[in-house]
Design a binder for this molecule. Structure first.
Ligand code: NAD
Length: 506
């Protein structure tokens, strides 16, 4: 299960009206135009109608138009880099500038560049073999824009998770409306203003606002809706979309395991897990949620992760490299998870001093060793720097543990024994996998990214994203030499002869 993301957040704008009527001024920039009109629920219908009309007028943008749109996204990300760094940090309390550059700007730009480079190839009709008895007809799949695409994005990577789906949708020739998270109001405002400056609103626009705007957004009869966020809200979005039969891609969360095999290089595995967990202070959908390690190596694993964390953040109590928890509500939620573990007598190891970190709303990396399975931190997605480290009695027990839970978004496996690796790959079902590291499959744009079961529906990134936002229209091109008319009525002996001939070649 995802954390309870539905409860009101005490640090977020506390209602829709507030976030709509007084958009926060982006640090270092006064978005004058944005202050005059902050679209919320009222503007949604107008923008959707304008985009639909534009789509009807020009339903198949050329390669050049799509490439120009991808260039616009690249410019939005690159030209506003400093504004995004400041805005995200203002929203989080502190967000490492390096993490913003790497995980928001570079990831977005590299995805857009890859799309632009491959776009001609992706746009081409794809040939499909035609069976012998239907020759000399030809068959193909023609990728076609769907129309107007809606994107709902979360707060944890507020630029990347709004723009990367937009890259895929624009490459596929669609119009795009984006609804970013109300938990990152500064960033959402910079995003809105930058998109408004780069795009005609009938091609791409951002609508800011709170949960009310989110709900109204999910009710719009988009031609496709991509939602990134919690499983709980994702279910509601899917229900709203179903009323219009709007197809959805749901990019959700879950408990992603990191499995350390007996054959693993423990030092390498623990370094990778510490990095994967502490990036963005664990507020990453694909962060390792918990670790499964061989019983005999439990202590060594805990010490290895703690030491690796100290090496990554030698001045963890003071450094700006370590990111804050996004809101007081999430901070208290995470502290409550640890408190419950302590009360139940679990062994808790902290890297960083909680008191020094607290004023910045930062949490130490907190390892919880072999906690009871009924604790909240073993039932909910953690989404923060709290890491249960569990001992597995055997390889089979590790696989069984994963399969006892919902299907995770990501799985990490560390080891050198390829038979053991393949067994885990074959016997567990997760959205994606990185072997001998954490997170990296997400950054490999040529691999489709998405969840399975409770962790999501559908994929995007690279060509998979282009296809998600395209209708791959099957087209059958009949030949003037078609023999199909031989099967028309009136049915005679001649028809029976042809049927028996066709049967022989099927
Ligand atoms: P969330 O579900 O609370 O919110 C996501 C978005 O949905 C926000 O823009 C919000 O305003 C909007 N929203 C809220 N209620 C809505 C409703 N009823 N109808 C329509 N929209 C509504 O998620 P969050 O807290 O922003 O993000 C954290 C979650 O997202 C975690 O579970 C994490 O694992 C997941 N996540 C998944 C991915 C992925 O790619 N799979 C990436 C990042 C985060």
């Amino acid at each position: 299960m995802a954390p309870d993301d539905t409860a009101p957040d005490d640090t977020a704008p506390d209602d829709t009206a507030r976030s709509e009527s007084r958009p926060p001024e982006a640090p270092g920039h006064a978005p004058q135009e944005a202050l005059q009109e902050a679209p919320g629920v009222a503007a949604l219908d107008r923008l959707f109608a304008a985009q639909r009309a534009a789509y009807r007028a020009a339903p198949f943008p050329s390669f050049d138009e799509r490439a120009a749109n991808l260039d616009r996204i690249i410019r939005v990300a690159e030209a506003n880099e400093q504004r995004f760094i400041k805005a995200i940090s203002a929203d989080f309390g502190n967000r490492s500038a390096h993490e913003t550059v790497i995980a928001e700007i570079i990831v977005t730009v590299s995805g857009a560049r890859l799309a632009k480079k491959n776009l001609k190839k992706w746009m081409r009709p794809r040939g499909v073999p035609t069976p012998l008895h239907m020759l000399p007809a030809k068959s193909r799949l023609e990728p076609q824009p769907l129309g107007v695409v809606g994107i709902i994005s979360p707060w944890n990577y507020p630029v990347q998770l709004a723009l990367a789906p937009a890259v895929a949708a624009l490459a596929a020739g669609n119009r795009v409306l984006i609804k970013p998270s109300e938990l990152t109001p500064h960033t959402s405002e910079v995003l809105r203003e930058a998109i408004a400056a780069a795009f005609d609103e009938t091609t791409c626009a951002v609508v800011t606002g709170g949960v009310e705007v989110g709900r109204a957004f999910a009710d719009i009869p988009f031609d496709h809706l991509l939602f990134t966020g919690s499983t709980a809200v994702g279910m509601r979005v899917a229900q709203a979309a179903a009323r219009n039969l709007t197809p959805v891609t749901l990019e959700l969360g879950g408990k992603s395991p990191a499995i350390i095999d007996e054959s693993a290089d423990l030092s390498r595995a623990t370094q990778s897990i510490a990095y994967g967990k502490m990036l963005n202070a664990g507020q990453t959908c694909v962060a390792p949620d918990y670790v499964l390690t061989p019983q005999a190596r439990l202590r060594e694993t805990v010490e290895g992760i703690a030491n690796a964390a100290r090496a990554l953040y030698p001045e963890i109590d003071t450094t700006d490299d370590y990111t804050s928890i996004v809101s007081d509500r999430h901070f208290e939620r995470l502290r409550a998870l640890v408190e419950e573990a302590r009360e139940r007598g679990a062994d808790v190891v902290e890297v960083g001093s909680a008191n020094a970190l607290h004023p910045q709303r930062k949490l130490p990396l907190t390892l919880v060793v072999d906690p009871p399975m009924d604790l909240s931190l073993m039932r909910e997605e953690i989404f923060g720097p709290v890491l249960p480290v569990l001992s597995a009695a055997s390889r089979e027990a590790a696989v069984a543990h994963v399969n006892d839970g919902d299907r995770p978004l990501a799985l990490y496996w560390y080891g050198t024994d390829e038979t053991a690796r393949d067994r885990v790959l074959h016997e567990t079902v997760s959205g994606g996998v990185t072997v001998n590291d954490a997170l990296w499959h997400v950054a490999q744009e040529n691999l489709p990214f998405g969840g399975v079961g409770k962790s999501g529906i559908g994929v995007y990134h690279g060509e998979a994203g282009f296809e998600t936002f395209s209708h791959l229209k099957p087209v059958f091109l009949q030949s003037r030499f078609s023999s199909g008319t031989l099967l028309h009525p009136p049915y005679t002996d001649k028809t029976d002869k042809i049927i028996s001939m066709v049967r022989k070649i099927l």
